[in-house]
Design a binder for this molecule. Structure first.
Ligand SMILES: [Fe+2]
Ligand SMILES: [Fe+2]
Length: 335
């Protein structure tokens, strides 16, 4: 999730229909590596997969505002506060583009929000970890937004037009988020011994959950059971979970050296033969537990989200009443 489509092994979606059910026009678009638009015929499995993935992605963007929003009032300077506010606001905007993209597939965002609030749809497990210190804001920007970029840049070429187009702007903004996180950590890492220790502690806590953001392995006991393969055949996904994870590690290790911080894995070493960094296998037990609702902050995040939605009911009612009034005036004018 968060630009990917996976869940726990016991909650895998039903298998999607085979290629025999695909309309010829759809097969032609996918075959030409073209874009499927809302008006085009598409198989029900493709539509459902996209609704699930885009909704999970949208939910992740808006829930992702909470861990960092927690530090807006305590940012160490006015400059840091202004940057963090802009970043958190960007995430709200990402949620809005994505709900709008999902609506082109014939769903209503009010229903998607109900599904989130009732636990029928998920959001990225990464946002169920707490932000204990200011350095966590840096680690989230550097590692979490960094992982999001690796996952989401290929989505700019996703076969579904509205999703692909939304991703272009999202990725540009994510790149700013990643740099602000890197800069926070760089400042701390070159500050006092206590500041450097705080930065290192944040990286130690966020490293493994960031690697889990790419989802289970594509083969072996944790494999995503053909889920990745189907999404790749439809041009929704362009690379496997493991390839994206490797790309993230290859990008991040040299950056950690530039920061003067270490990554909490002794197995990390350049492998000349593979042309990639080696790293230890990820333990997905924790990922599945967090997705099942047993992460450190799941209950807190959901309670806050549902509370914010209920507090905003009067705004939605007022906006709907205003729209109805404007509509009635237009009709009066036309009569
Ligand atoms: Fe975002
Ligand atoms: Fe971001």
């Amino acid at each position: 999730m968060y630009g990917n489509d996976f869940t726990t092994p016991d909650a895998r979606p039903r298998p999607t229909p085979d290629a025999g059910d695909e309309p010829a026009t759809f097969r032609a678009i996918i075959g030409d590596d073209g874009r499927v638009e809302p008006r085009d015929e598409m198989p029900e499995g493709y539509r459902k997969t996209l609704v699930r993935q885009i909704a999970q992605h949208a939910h992740s963007e808006i829930i992702g505002m909470q861990p960092e929003g927690n530090w807006i009032s305590r940012a160490p300077s006015l400059r840091r506060k202004a940057i963090l506010m802009a970043k958190v606001q960007d995430e709200a905007g990402h949620g809005l583009y994505l709900y709008a993209a999902a609506e082109t597939l014939g769903v209503d965002r009010a229903d998607l929000l109900d599904a989130l609030h009732e636990g029928r749809q998920k959001y990225s497990s990464i946002f169920n970890y707490p932000t204990l210190t200011w350095a966590d804001v840096g680690a989230i920007g550097w590692l979490v937004d960094g992982a999001a970029i690796v996952n989401q840049v290929p989505l700019c070429r996703c076969s579904y037009g509205p999703y692909a187009r939304a991703m272009v702007r999202v990725c540009k903004e994510e790149s700013f988020h990643q740099r602000q996180g890197f800069e926070i950590l760089h400042t701390l890492s070159h500050g006092s011994a206590a500041q450097k220790a705080m930065a290192q502690d944040a990286v130690n806590r966020y490293w493994w959950p960031s690697l889990m953001m790419f989802g289970p392995a594509d083969s072996g006991a944790d494999d995503s059971r053909g889920h990745t393969a189907q999404s790749m055949a439809w041009g929704i996904k362009r690379f496997s979970n493991d390839d994206l994870r490797q790309r993230f590690v290859d990008m991040t290790v040299p950056q950690s050296e530039a920061l003067g911080l270490t990554l909490p894995d002794d197995a990390i070493a350049w492998n000349e033969e593979r042309g990639h960094y080696d790293f230890s296998p990820v333990d997905f037990t924790e990922l599945f537990e967090v997705i099942r609702g047993n992460g450190p902050c799941n209950a807190e995040r959901m309670a806050h989200r549902v509370g914010a939605h209920e507090d905003g009911a009067w705004v939605r009612e007022a906006a709907a009443a205003y729209a109805a009034k404007q509509q009635a005036r237009r009709e009066e004018g036309a009569a």
